[in-house]
Write a protein that binds this ligand. Structure first.
Ligand SMILES: Cc1ncc(COP(=O)(O)O)c(C=O)c1O
Length: 479
């Protein structure tokens, strides 16, 4: 029998708990609130049972009645059990509304506090949306558009930056020797195989400049991260696009489009914006089919978020004379997007060719020092990955609950169907997501995994938009 206390006077418990007199007495609970009719055990002095179907919007009058009951009973010094049938429930939403009013915390924070006390609770987006409407909250926008790290930067990286501020009169090490050496060790390759970039973005540009002549072909699965199209344009290369059925990279279609003019084949895994990964066997197949004159650019900007057994094995990829350029970013899992630091891995010959094209001081001393420190910050990396995995499954479950189509993701974002004006409707509710029209996917949006409160807010805003669309359909004035 476990009753989880959210405050010293408010607990959440199952039906079994709420009907068990001995257990209630044991916890000093004499008051019960439920949104289904329950039997009243002897230990209960006051009980409010309201009848309301699950997962439907909470009427304002019911919220007021239930929250007033909780405020009144706790003010009298009573200990109250809020009955919670299963994971998705109405009563925990009421408990959050109570915390919001009794303790002044914002509603998202309150929902997180309730969930922290009883992790099985899944705040239902429709219920949350009705609380938001009822209390008319206006908060700072939740920016879920940039695939940034919601936990901030690696603290070790921040400390390294502080230490270096007294040395800012000095130029950076133009070769980034210490960082390349550490990255070589980290990736189990020679430092001469590492190329540093002003973000992975610069490495995309270097690859296009080094490997593409006007008229050469670049193969690109679409939808695609826009920098690839721009880099091909700047190199005056011919862009050959290949569609991604179901959001997956179609290796057979890529191989079929290879011609004697193909110089660069781009594969992004996990893919932005689809979030899908290319299976190892398919990657090997693509490498084997690549002609001598072509290079495979494997973009792993989101690599750290992938389940470990899906990751390609670097040593097998670099065996033989394959032309392969892997690019990685420290903007995402390490939280260093503002510093601009990324790295590439290639054979020593290709690495030297790419390195010759970059500016001498392309990465700053702060970026190099922060990256070095972040690579040692295993605790932060593990926390970022775990937070992302939990947030990602929470968002995916929420999207399923709302009946919204999405592509299951291995990255720090989820691609979902939103329909016309959906991005604007979310923005009007203070939630910013990335419109996918520029990626070639009108009607879709990409939401980044954010702080827990922001993820909750995103789902609530979607539920609110759905509810108002349904209301318009039902209203003859809109017919
Ligand atoms: C697929 C992909 N590649 C590369 C990059 C560039 O990352 P960076 O911030 O290191 O320049 C991004 C950034 O969002 C990305 O999504």
């Amino acid at each position: 029998m476990i009753m989880d206390f959210i405050t010293s006077q408010l607990a959440v418990g199952s039906r079994e708990d709420a009907e068990n007199s001995a257990a209630l007495a044991g916890y000093g609970i004499d008051t019960v609130l439920s949104l289904v009719p329950l039997a009243r055990p002897a230990a209960v002095v006051r009980q409010l049972s309201l009848a309301l179907p699950d997962r439907v919007a909470l009427p304002g009058a019911l919220i007021d009645e239930a929250v007033d009951f909780l405020l009144d009973q706790t003010a009298r010094g009573r200990r109250v059990l809020v009955h919670c049938e299963m994971g998705i429930s109405r009563s925990p939403s009421i408990a959050a509304a109570y915390l919001h009013l009794a303790q002044g915390v914002d509603l998202y924070e309150a929902l997180c506090l309730v969930r922290a006390a009883r992790p099985i609770i899944e705040p239902n987006p429709t219920l949350i949306a009705s609380l938001l409407t009822h209390f008319g909250t206006h908060d700072e926008p939740a920016d879920l558009s940039g695939n940034e790290n919601p936990l901030g930067p690696s603290p070790l990286a921040v400390a390294a930056i502080h230490r270096l501020t007294r040395q800012l009169q000095r130029y950076p090490d133009k070769d980034g020797s210490a960082l390349r050496s550490r990255l070589g060790q980290f990736c189990a390759v020679a430092p001469s195989q590492i190329v540093l970039g002003n973000g992975a973005s610069e490495l995309i540009d270097l690859a296009a400049r080094a490997l593409l002549q006007p008229g050469d072909e670049m193969l690109l699965p679409v939808p695609a991260f826009p920098s690839y199209r721009a880099a091909a344009l700047r190199a005056r290369a011919t862009l050959v696009t290949v569609s991604m059925p179901g959001g997956n990279c179609d290796v057979d279609a890529l191989i079929a489009r290879i011609t004697p003019m193909t110089r660069l084949v781009v594969v992004v895994t996990p893919h932005n914006p689809c979030g899908t990964v290319l299976a190892r066997a398919n990657l090997q197949r693509l490498l084997a089919a690549l002609p001598k004159q072509a290079c495979l650019l494997l973009d792993e900007a989101y690599r750290e978020f992938v389940d470990a057994d899906e990751l390609p094995d670097l040593s097998s990829l670099f065996s033989g004379e394959q032309r392969l350029f892997i690019i990685r970013s420290m903007s995402k899992a390490y939280g260093l997007a503002g510093l601009r630091i990324g790295y590439g891995i290639a054979t020593p010959t290709l690495a030297a060719q790419l390195d010759a094209l970059r500016q001498p001081f392309n990465t700053s001393s702060l970026a190099q020092a922060a990256a070095l420190a972040a690579l040692d910050d295993n605790e932060f990396l593990a926390r970022s990955i775990a937070h992302n995995a939990a947030g990602r499954s929470y968002l995916e479950r929420g999207l399923s609950t709302l009946g919204i189509e999405f592509t299951p993701s291995q990255a720090n974002f989820v691609l979902f169907q939103i329909g016309p004006q959906g991005v604007e409707a979310l923005a009007a509710r203070g939630v910013l997501v990335k419109c996918m029209a520029r990626f070639g996917l009108p009607g879709f949006a990409r939401v980044s995994i954010g702080r827990t409160t922001d993820n909750t807010r995103f789902l609530a805003a979607l539920a609110e938009i759905q509810a108002s669309a349904m209301a318009k359909i039902a209203n003859p004035a809109y017919a």
